[in-house]
Design a protein around this ligand. Structure first.
Ligand code: DGT
Ligand code: CA
Ligand code: CA
Ligand code: ZN
Length: 572
């Protein structure tokens, strides 16, 4: 048996590859689904799944049965799952790379391989250039163009040089570690730092700063924790580890007197810190992570908190989310920083999917009760228009009506998420839209075809209240539509259409800079979860993080208001 157990992300990758290969080989879809579900579960599990599997306990995790557990044991004992080795021998390695190209699913990948005999990205590129792909059913000249464009951007190739993790994955992980370290007897104060503390949408590694009078004991607790897969570096006062999910953590332990200085330094951003230091230099001060040196006298002043440090330097304390050198230092100098919106300010949810949408996991009642438990007072159900044809919308309204009596002081609103078609029209008629409390219109396909014009057309429809996930991007996967944000913001103001911040971890769309622009122009901006399950309502924390990075106050975030304030001025 190998000395080190495979990490959770290694196991998940094996299962995902197994799923891809099985699909290319045309195997039953329920198995493929089971592999993918297990891979997702293993990625999210904090403890080492390999160890659980060896003890026969991995099957206690939801989504993991005896068969998957057996595969994990094989991965531990033989380095690779047998089912994977077997299928790898059947499919040329390059064929799997085809799946990462736009418009290429497993069936198409299989046909490119078996019918055209192409097994590498280079071969695929040549075939697209020579217009040979269009001979396959399901592929046309447009597909060839798209594939060539994607290949030119490096799509399909593995292992991006710099891997980043979604904030939605990093934030719960770092919060758990902060809590665990803070509970250790050797810890005085523990804080997250770096890009995760600034709530950037993706992060490279996770930074932590702690104070202690016994740094060795705290470093030992950190490095020897059960969720640590690998110790990259271990010193007296700092250490770097990788956890079982493949996330990298950097911990620095310092003396309590200079906690403010160190935390400020390692929170960054680098650009913010450079600007802060330059400004201080002009006033005879030199800033480092150890303190502020008064250059004339050589005296070093330390600060136990960031608030003291910023105040000493003549600024209002600056929230971490604003520290990107984007005007925050000037505003803080003048005492004009905005009072940023907080998660607790939200009063309602304006974008959520129930079991009426095929991919929804919770009933309307379950969503409503969960929203109420989160302290909200209204929930707007916005299932996909596609599933609400042929009288189903009316049936949903009946369900909503019967619910209201049972829920007590909580409103459930009739909404919908309509699709903006390739020609800019909506896939529900005005007669239906006019009956609804709230209409979200979103781009879901053909993102490269006149996206700006289509969004503008949707906003011109008086029944559309909000544009959903403006660019349609999927973080770490696809860049999204190239939207002319200035024109969209201008039209949103003219028509009174809201632009949401969608809080799905891989969307965060509007992104921070777009949301800031929209906020400055006076656009009404709801922060929505786009939940497809009760637990996903919690994603609002991520959307609020984006809103804060966009400098937004409570007044600028639409769903901090009660529904009565939103409903009335809605119609123009
Ligand atoms: P990331 O990890 O790429 O998502 O972004 P950050 O901001 O967390 O960057 P990271 O982990 O390299 O460093 C954390 C903070 O520490 C960074 O925002 C500023 C500070 N810092 C790190 N290394 C240096 C350095 O060499 N010089 C300066 N001035 N600051 C540094
Ligand atoms: Ca970092
Ligand atoms: Ca770091
Ligand atoms: Zn949605």
């Amino acid at each position: 048996m190998p000395a080190t157990l495979p990490r959770n992300d290694d196991l998940a990758e094996q299962l995902e590859l197994l799923a891809d290969l099985s699909e290319i080989l045309g195997e039953e879809s329920f198995r493929v689904l089971a592999y993918r579900r297990a891979a997702a579960r293993i990625r999210e599990t904090p403890g080492p799944v390999a160890e659980l599997a060896l003890a026969g306990k991995a099957r206690e995790l939801p989504g993991i049965g005896r068969t998957i557990e057996q595969k994990v044991v094989e991965a531990v004992q033989e380095g690779e799952m047998r089912a994977l080795s077997k299928r790898r021998a059947l499919v040329p390695p390059g064929v799997v790379d085809f799946l990462r190209l736009p418009g290429v699913g497993p069936k198409t990948a299989a046909r490119i391989w078996t019918e055209l005999g192409i097994t590498t990205l280079e071969g695929l590129e040549a075939a697209a250039r020579e217009r040979r792909l269009r001979n396959l059913s399901g592929l046309g000249p447009r597909s060839e163009e798209k594939i060539l464009a994607a290949l030119a951007e490096g799509a399909g190739r593995r292992a991006p040089a710099e891997e980043r993790a979604l904030l939605g994955r990093a934030l719960p992980a770092v919060q758990r570690v902060v809590e665990e370290l803070a509970a250790h007897p050797a810890a005085i104060a523990v804080s997250e730092a770096g890009s995760v503390r600034r709530r950037r949408e993706t992060v490279r590694d996770l930074d932590l700063v702690a104070t202690s009078n016994e740094p060795r004991a705290l470093i030992a607790a950190f490095c020897e924790a059960p969720w640590v897969a690998e110790i990259v570096a271990r010193g007296e006062t700092k250490a770097t580890i990788v956890d079982h999910q493949g996330l990298r953590f950097d911990l620095r332990v310092v003396a309590p007197e200079c906690f403010g200085n160190v935390l400020q330094h390692f929170t960054g951003s680098k650009e913010h810190n450079v600007a802060l230091r330059e400004e201080a230099q002009r006033r005879g001060l030199s800033i480092s992570e150890y303190g502020v040196t008064i250059v004339d006298t050589g005296e070093v002043v330390t600060h136990a908190s960031e608030e003291e440090l910023y105040t000493y330097l003549g600024y209002q304390p600056i929230p971490p989310e604003l520290r990107e050198n984007a005007g925050e230092l000037e505003a803080a100098r003048r005492g004009e920083l905005p009072a940023l919106v907080e998660l607790g300010d939200l009063r309602g949810e304006l974008h959520a999917h129930s079991t009426w949408s095929a991919d929804g996991k919770a009933t309307i009642e379950e969503l409503a009760r969960a929203a109420k438990a989160r302290g909200l007072s209204y929930l707007c159900v916005t299932d996909h228009s596609h599933y609400l044809r042929d009288g189903r919308l009316e049936a949903q309204w009946e369900e909503i009506e019967s619910l209201e009596a049972r829920l007590g002081r909580f409103r459930v609103l009739r909404g919908v998420e309509v699709n903006i078609r390739a020609d800019g029209s909506l896939d529900l008629g005005d007669d239906v839209l006019s009956e609804l409390d709230w209409v979200v219109a979103s781009l879901h396909s053909a993102l490269d075809r006149n996206p700006t014009e289509r969004v503008l057309a949707a906003m011109d429809n008086p029944h559309v209240d909000c544009i959903g996930h403006l660019t349609g991007r999927r973080l770490l996967r696809r860049p999204g539509a190239d939207i002319d944000i200035e024109r969209v913001v201008e039209r949103a103001v003219e028509t009174g259409t809201a632009l949401e911040i969608n809080s799905q971890p891989d969307r965060l769309d509007l992104r921070d800079v777009h949301a800031r622009l929209a906020g400055e122009a006076g656009v009404r901006i709801p922060v929505t979860s786009d939940a497809h399950s009760t637990s996903a309502l919690a994603y609002a924390e991520l959307g609020i993080a984006v809103a804060r990075r966009a400098w937004l106050t409570r007044e600028q975030v639409l769903n901090t208001r009660p529904w009565s304030h939103i409903a009335r001025p809605r119609r123009r």
